[in-house]
Design a protein around this ligand. Structure first.
Ligand SMILES: Nc1nc2c(c(=O)[nH]1)N[C@H]1C(S)=C(S)[C@@H](COP(=O)(O)O)O[C@H]1N2
Ligand SMILES: [Mo]
Length: 318
């Protein structure tokens, strides 16, 4: 039963928040003892040869003028089903993922397909900080200072052909390192996709860090996509392959529940998820009495991206 207090918070939400904070405390203790037993080896294993922080990161005009969510929330409240379906599991279970060396396969409708080393990719790019709101389809959001580079600029280096109409992204498949993949929660590997104009849009970025530091494993290390006007599930993590293709790719969430997760997944307060409203969102990390805010069309980027969908019925193409 939902009992509204005069703050407008239901008793069930308060219980959720309390449980979350308590579980976080227990997990911290668990992580503390794991590091204590394994010693420095664990920390060194995480990313040998990779920079802990980036030397030069340019501020971006595309950033929100908003205070980012605390690092603790961004790195301990995650969705990464390869490491479990709870919000707490990825921070613990992803620590063993080996993210260096790492390479990315580029294939399909490009003149320069190949296998590219991540360190070289990063060195070839100008890194920027982009403060974006991450809006999950589950009706919560947080503000994240990502470190990354525009996807479009990078893709152009491979000379896409005129048949490149869509871009497909694929996450690593390795059940030994990703224990969540031992269960058929999704049709692994996780796959996401964008139309080519969405991929080329200057707001779309590839992310390699957050808060000026190397991307933590639970946030999708070593390389993830971030598309700020779409629901969080489009922002695929730990990418090993990018294919430029002519047909719309079949994506993991669309395959698992097509009536709930469309290909476009643009943030839209006027189109509800079949099981809940998208009009408001819970702001993560803003205290026990977590307030809600109004969800914005295209997550606040209507001016920059609405033209991409001109003439499309956003109720049909959700
Ligand atoms: N490979 C992969 N990518 C993924 C997911 C996932 O389960 N697996 N979850 C998505 C969802 S639903 C969200 S909301 C964001 C969460 O990103 P964060 O944990 O960095 O906040 O990652 C997205 N990318
Ligand atoms: Mo999400």
């Amino acid at each position: 039963m939902l009992i509204k207090t005069n703050r407008g918070i239901s008793s069930s939400e308060i219980t959720d928040a309390k449980l979350f904070l308590e579980r976080r405390r227990l997990i911290r203790i668990a992580i503390g003892s794991a590091i204590g037993t394994l010693g420095a080896g664990l920390a060194a294993h995480a990313a040998p040869g990779a920079p802990k922080a980036f030397e030069k990161v340019r501020k971006s005009d595309y950033s929100l003028q908003e205070e980012p969510t605390d690092y603790d929330y961004i790195t301990q409240y995650n969705n990464f089903y390869e490491f479990g379906t709870s919000k707490e599991a990825p921070a613990v279970l992803s620590q063993g993922l080996k993210t260096r060396p790492w390479s990315v396969v580029i294939e399909g409708e490009v003149e320069k397909p190949g296998v590219y080393d991540l360190e070289e990719i990063i060195l070839s790019q100008v890194l920027e900080e982009r403060i974006y709101r991450l809006r999950c389809v589950e009706a919560w959001s947080m503000v994240v200072p990502w470190v990354g580079f525009p996807l479009g600029q990078w893709l152009k280096q491979f000379n896409p052909t005129s048949r490149a109409k869509f871009v497909e992204f694929v996450t690593l498949f390795d059940p030994d390192q990703m224990p969540g993949q031992r269960r058929a929660v999704l049709d692994w590997p996780y796959v996401e996709g964008l139309r080519i104009d969405e991929a080329m849009h200057p707001l779309t970025i590839m992310v390699v860090g957050l808060y000026g530091k190397l991307l933590p494993n639970q946030n999708g290390a070593p390389l993830r996509l971030v598309v700020p006007w779409k629901y969080g599930f489009k922002s695929i993590k730990s990418i090993v392959k990018i294919r430029l293709i002519e047909q719309m790719p079949k994506t993991a969430w669309n395959k698992s529940a097509p009536n709930e997760y469309g290909f476009f997944a643009n943030v839209n307060p006027n189109v509800d998820h079949p099981r809940w409203s998208q009009k408001r969102e819970r702001v993560i990390g803003s205290g026990l009495f977590t307030p809600k805010r109004d969800t914005e069309l295209f997550n606040g980027y209507a001016e920059q991206v609405a033209h991409l969908y001109a003439g499309m019925d956003l109720r049909k193409f959700y």
